[in-house]
Structures are given as C-alpha cells and as structure tokens.
Design a protein around this ligand. Structure first.
Ligand SMILES: [Fe+2]
Length: 360
C-alpha cells in the first residue's frame, strides 16, 4: 500500500483500506476505483489521509495495533457517552453498564497491544473530520496505553490509563458547540469557558461509584504543563500524575494530526513530533517525550519521502532502533523518472543520504 494525502490522489487509483464513519458504516469500500466523483467525496467527508494500492508495494502491509472491531466498539462508546450526556453531565451520567463496557473495551485494547511485540506505531489515521470527537477519544485511549506499555506499566494500570484516556474530554461534552467547534481563535470569555472542561469532567466522574478515581484524575490533569503553565491547577513536574502526563501528550499528538475546524490541513506525523519535541520540558515531561518519540513511526509505512539526491522512495519498513532512518523502496530516480524496477535503500546504512521532504 501507499499512504497519500488526498491532494495527491490521482484518478484510477484504488483504495486499499475502507473509510468508515463513527457508526461503523463503510463510506467508501477498499478496492474502490477512485474517479473524480469519489475523490471529491473524500474531500467532502474531511478525509485527509488515504491508503491506495500500488503494485510496486504489494508486500507493504500496514497493520493496526488494535483490531478494527475493538476500535469500532471504542468509537461506539464515545458516541454513546455523548448521547448519555445530552446537555449536562453528572455523577449519574455513566451507569454501571456503560462503565463495564468502558472497562471491557479498554481491557481488550490493552490485551491487543500487550500481545504485540513491535510497538512502533503506524497510526491508522483514516478518519473523517466530522467524527473527530469520537475518533479522538479512542485514539487518546490507544496512544496512552501504548505509551504506558513502553513505560512498563502493569496491565491493571494500563486499564485505568486507557479508560481515563477515553474519558479525558468528558467535560467537553458540556462546552457549547460554538466554542468547542469555533474556527477562529477563542476570545477571553470563550477561552475561560473552554478551560473549565477538565474540572467539569472531574466533578462529574469523581462522584460516580461506577468510575475509578484515577479515570477522573486523567480528565482533570490532561491540560497541566510540565513547567506549571497549564490548567486548571498549574501543577508542575511530578505533581502531575503520570497518567495525566501521558494522556496530555497523546491528546496533543492526535489533535495535531487531525483535520480540525481551525486547522484544515493536519500536521504529518513528523511535523507533530517536531512540535512535541519543541514543547519538551515546557509543556511535556522530557522522559515521556523520549518514550513517545521512540515508539511512534514519524514516517509511517507507505509514506513517500524525497531524498537529498532527488530520488523518491516509499517507506517499507521502520528501523526500530533508528526510527528517523527507515527502509525505503525507491520509485523515482534522481531525475524524477519513474522506475519500472524499484530498488531498496536502508537509510540506516546509507548515512550520506538524508530526508529532504515528506511528500505524503
Ligand atoms: Fe481536553
């Protein structure tokens, strides 16, 4: 497969992975030949990244760490929570049945991640912007569990981290849409309302006998900053709970790589990672940034890279101990001629070559 941004799709390409809505409906089936009409439809749905088939890259298979069904159950749950909340949230919003569903879903995610030896994550960022909130909740859950695994947390700890990750923005369910979905920057009053969501989420989760206190603390602390400049309590360093720190970084990474109303062109993974590096020590705990950087494929499988000699290659493998220098299959030579017989280059060995640009 090849990973492309929608602006690079050409007519006649075939979709390699289905595009689904938050309710699990297939919006566009894998195998679909993309003509002008479908390309337009993808744009209309707010899809930014797609996987297309490419004969030269048939052996490159992008697998998610988490099964489709599990992810879908997470998205359904996130949707269900929005419905339960309606216009207000309280300690009664999440009943025991829903809390059990959250635990079971998270436990399934934890098991699938623990069962996977290779924790270099190729995030499956096929999603539509309309369903941001649901996908985002699940992604924060999954990313948090991955980070927790890297940081050697035990299974039970991972379960709490994941459940809290799913619920991290619970308080946002009562932030008015005109603020939460505002395209431009928030004014002072709007910002103040927005900044109440960690406390609101905490208050509604803390008094709930079906919810663990740790889950509530993740909702409360995910916007605290390592240097004390965050909110709501301006906690600093290790006064911030480890789970709050982890969910905080997962939250920012996923938000940056998503299409949002105020930023229609999402960051590519390496750009989001640059942002996170730049905020290490201020917004984020450097130890967690380091763990994150080691385990997220900044050049995901199927990405197209422009190299310093002018050739173009597609990432076919990630070098686990050298994540910034993946293995490539060169599909265009230095002069831009398409190679009928592509060859491979391992950037880990070819130290005179460097990545000039990420094309998709
Ligand atoms: Fe938040």
């Amino acid at each position: 497969v090849r990973r492309l941004t929608v602006n690079l799709i050409e007519e006649g390409m075939y979709l390699a992975r289905s595009i689904k809505s938050a309710d699990g409906r297939v919006l566009l089936q894998a195998g679909q030949r993309l003509d002008e009409r479908y390309i337009k439809r993808l744009r209309g749905m707010g899809v930014y990244i797609v996987y297309v088939e490419d004969k030269r890259l048939d052996d490159v298979i992008v697998e998610d760490l988490v099964r489709d069904e599990t992810r879908n159950e997470g998205v359904q749950l996130a949707k269900h929570l929005v419905k339960l909340a309606g216009k207000s949230i309280s300690p009664a919003t999440i009943n025991d049945k829903t809390a059990n569903r959250i635990s079971a879903m998270t436990n399934q995610i934890v098991n699938e991640i623990l069962g996977n030896k290779n924790l270099v994550v190729n995030l499956q960022d096929i999603r539509t912007s309309n369903d941001y909130l649901y996908f985002h909740s699940v992604n924060v859950c999954v990313l948090s569990v991955i980070l927790g695994t890297v940081l050697k947390l035990k299974e039970e700890q991972l379960n709490d981290l994941g459940s809290g990750g799913l619920l991290h923005d619970f308080g946002k369910l009562v932030v008015p849409d005109y603020i939460a979905e505002k395209a431009g920057p928030l004014d002072k009053d709007e910002m103040e309302i927005m900044r109440r969501h960690p406390q609101l989420g905490f208050d509604a989760l803390r008094g709930n006998p079906n919810v663990k206190l740790l889950w509530a603390h993740i909702a409360l602390q995910h916007h605290e900053w390592h240097n004390g400049a965050g909110y709501p309590r301006c906690l600093k360093g290790d006064d911030i709970h480890l789970y709050g720190k982890i969910a905080g970084i997962a939250d920012v990474y996923d938000a940056l790589t998503s299409e949002r109303c105020y930023r229609p062109v999402p960051f590519l993974p390496h750009e989001a990672m640059e942002f996170i590096y730049a905020s290490s020590g201020t917004q984020f705990d450097p130890k967690i940034v380091a763990a994150f950087a080691r385990n997220i494929a900044i050049y995901p499988l199927g990405s197209t890279l422009l190299l310093s000699d002018g050739s173009r290659g597609v990432v076919i493998d990630v070098n686990i101990d050298c994540i910034t220098r993946p293995k490539l299959r060169i599909i265009e030579d230095e002069d831009g001629a398409v190679l009928t017989d592509p060859y491979e280059v391992n950037l880990e060995d070819e130290l005179t070559l460097f990545i000039k640009k990420v094309l998709a």
